[in-house]
Design a protein around this ligand. Sequence first.
Ligand SMILES: [Zn+2]
Length: 239
Amino acid sequence: MYYLTFDQDWAPEWASQDIINLLVQYGLLGTFFVTNLCESIDTARQHGFELGLHPNFLPGSTHGRTWDDTLDHMQDLVPDAVGVRSHCLIRGTPLLQKYRERGLLYDASDIFDGRDGMSPFLSWTGVWRVPIWWEDDVAIHRNGLSAFIPTGEPLGIRVINVHPVLHALNAHDLSGYVALKKRLRSEGKALHQASRDDFIPFMQQSGVATWLHGFCEWLARYPSWQGNRLRDAVSDRIR
Ligand SMILES: [Zn+2]
């Protein structure tokens, strides 16, 4: 079963909207992990996408000084968030305990890319742990963006993770992303304020967008392999 997930990572509104439009076009659902509010979050909600938190626990975070400040802030932004995936996949027992206290169903911050036969794991804290099976930037690091062509029935859960910014750049490596951020910094502009015109000089070909479009087209043909939202992966286990 495939599950499409997206880490917003302060993407411009139009970049997240492009992803929503793509999934809607193919009749697919997914889960958005939110870093900041923008109109696309409401659109995702209206289309039945699941929302999760994407808190930044790193030093200097704009989400809060402490873990509790950060989670308070995030849950104020997205009170209907079902689960969580932390920025940079920060995880650990004290965090799982906090997620449990706050009523979050799962933590999707593990990555075991390419491993077959995985399933959500109910940790002793009562929070489910849901691993990522394929992630765009990891595929780029492994030089495997074009190598993955799905065939046959998936074994276990396969959680796909795509970043709207890398999709908007159609990145096939991270050089355009690094250069874009440098340019925006020099102009005093935040990533979420960037226009499509700001992105154009840094766009690439045969990258994440090409891959995701091909994947969605393929997945749309197999309704029984569409896992939809991450809470469905967990509730399949409870049943
Ligand atoms: Zn992130």
